[in-house]
Design a protein around this ligand. Sequence first.
Ligand SMILES: [Zn+2]
Length: 223
Amino acid sequence: MLITLKIGSRAGCKSVIFWLLILKMCFSFCQVELPKKIVVIDPGHGGKDTGAIGVHGVLEKEVVLKIAKEILNHNHLILDDRIEVYLTRYKDTLISLSDRAMLTRELKSDLFISLHCNAAITGASGMEIFVADKDNPHMESSVQLATSVLGESGRKLGIRERGVKVGNFQVQRETMDFCPTILIETGFVTHVDEGDYYQKPRNIKAVALAILLGIYNYLKSED
Ligand SMILES: [Zn+2]
């Protein structure tokens, strides 16, 4: 219910186009001075590991891969000289968590962003973002990045914000020493509205744009 609003309509599509134009303008003004940043987007699960299975059979592994590809596509369209995006997987294959982390280290990534969807039997909804817990040398910057992404998603799309939380995920433990790392639980595919929401390509695009805008704003604040 909460996130069918702005982008589930023609007004929503206009809103997406509006952001694109704003982003393009910002980028045009800033691109000369800004150094390129490497961002690794990690769509969770894949292959035989479907992740959560939601309403109407929607699969977490497919939702997060679609969002990741849209982030890549939008970045090519808008910010390609500012941010260089790599995915840990580009198709429906299962990559080990260690290999995802190794890729991040070898690319000398500036940011690591893992994408997942939540599941619950309680009817829970909304987006939450995890930062790595103990001994995280990039805790402060990770929280700033998470706050930026969550804020963009909440403000622009009306997604319910469940907050920035600390977690203990392997993929973050193995990347936190090298760069800020966040794990985004984009929404609950088991929730009747959100499961439905993530089956629509326009909503996938909108969430991807909100995440990209959150990344962009975070990097801008770091310059
Ligand atoms: Zn997951």
